[in-house]
Design a binder for this molecule. Structure first.
Ligand code: GDP
Ligand code: MG
Length: 234
């Protein structure tokens, strides 16, 4: 059933659920992997305006590139089926600036909501690359995003090679130095690159959850061992 915060939208005949950003979304249940639970993942798209955040989102949801997207901020829900498993993916296609404080700042609400972040710049627009750099720094400094949440940097508009202003190497090196994933793609030209980006972030989210579970398990063992020894030594 639809919640009061969601509406159905069609993109060229395909149906997706559009969820309006609301404070309640901060409490979207982070259901964990398992046979009886639905797996849910929140992915936030950040970056300057006009870099193709909406193009990437719509390409992933509908496989199509429609050219103009308008300035709408939306959270889309999409059920993804990979490895025979269903995952309910919420994609927050944000508007730039993402917060009204300073141009590069990001709202705490967005970062606390996200299980993973995709930071987009245009390879033809150096200033959009600078925005990504500043936003990565900000995310690391403010620590509002969970430390284990993956970040992927995407250089978009790869089809406009003659207008390139940021080399692949520079993008890749920065991503490497900031411990982020990296892709160069063209949302306009192919669906495949966009699919790789979303599947990579989903894989990384799953990995980070598995790691957290593992850590919780180890902590539990340490706790029980010390409880046993603690009692013996009393
Ligand atoms: P947003 O503001 O970051 O959401 O950017 P949009 O998705 O609205 O895209 C901004 C403009 O760039 C639109 O005119 C898109 O058609 C165009 N665009 C997006 N992705 C690409 C791409 O890969 N190649 C080219 N040539 N244009 C793109
Ligand atoms: Mg947009």
């Amino acid at each position: 059933m639809q919640s009061p915060h969601s509406t159905l939208k069609t993109f060229k005949g395909e149906m997706v659920v559009l969820v309006k950003p609301s404070p309640q979304l901060g409490n979207v249940s982070k259901a964990m992997d398992g046979n009886h639970h639905k797996v849910e993942a929140n992915v936030l798209l950040l970056g300057a305006e006009n870099v193709g955040k909406s193009a990437l989102t719509v390409r992933f949801l509908t496989r199509r590139f429609i050219g103009e997207y308008g300035d709408i901020e939306s959270i889309y829900n999409h059920i993804d089926k990979t490895d025979g498993r269903e995952i309910s993916l919420n994609i927050w296609d944000s508007l730039y600036p993402q917060s009204c404080e300073t141009t590069e700042s990001i709202s705490d609400k967005q970062l606390q909501w996200a299980d993973g972040v995709i930071l987009v710049y245009s390879i033809c627009d150096r200033s959009s690359f600078e925005v990504v750099r500043q936003q990565v720094q900000l995310i690391r400094q403010t620590r509002k995003l969970s430390a284990s949440a993956p970040i992927i940097i995407v250089g978009n508009k790869r089809d406009l090679l003659h207008q390139r202003a940021v080399s692949s190497e520079e993008g890749r090196l920065f991503a490497l130095s900031a411990d982020c994933g990296f892709f160069e793609i063209s949302a306009a030209e192919t669906y495949h690159g966009v699919l790789l980006v979303f599947h990579e972030i989903l894989d990384l989210i799953k990995e980070s959850r598995a790691l957290k579970k593992g850590m919780a398990g180890i902590k539990g063992i340490v706790r029980s061992v010390s409880a046993v020894f603690g009692k013996k030594w009393e």
